[in-house]
Design a protein around this ligand. Structure first.
Ligand SMILES: [Zn+2]
Length: 135
């Protein structure tokens, strides 16, 4: 690519009827928000000037329109995707704490009458999830 001819070309926005100024448009590649830069005359502006006006307003002007970012996306780049398994593990951890608390109260009963039922539930669960009976 010849750097001298590698100037960014900006798309022209649709003008209201009767307005013949050139209006350059930039659209955020992430959220679709648009901004325009108006030329005062019907003649074009050098693309370096147009770029400067967008940058002044906080936009990131990419190498093409797939890389343009609005000011809020320049400030808040997308967060790295969090491992979806981790929140689940945290929820399971909390559930186990609740379960342990319940079992603790159960064991404090003098003669738990539903002992076998509880053990069967726990074994059945373990077997369904991990494929073998709890030892
Ligand atoms: Zn945006």
């Amino acid at each position: 690519v010849d750097l001298m001819t590698d100037e960014r070309q900006f798309d022209l926005a649709r003008n209201p009827v009767g307005d013949h100024r050139k209006r350059f448009i930039l659209v955020c590649a992430r959220c679709g928000v648009a901004a325009t830069v108006n030329s005062n005359k019907t003649s074009s502006l050098p693309s370096g000037v147009v770029r400067g006006k967008f940058v002044e307003r906080g936009w990131f002007v990419g190498q093409d329109n797939k890389h343009d970012l609005c000011p809020s996306h320049v400030k808040h780049p997308p967060k790295p995707i969090r491992d979806p398994e981790l929140p689940l593990v945290e929820r399971i951890e909390k559930s186990i704490q609740v379960l342990e608390q319940g079992l603790g109260e159960f064991l404090q009963l003098d003669h738990p009458r539903h002992h076998e039922k509880v053990v069967a539930m726990l074994s059945g669960f373990h077997e369904r999830v991990f494929g073998s009976p709890a030892s």
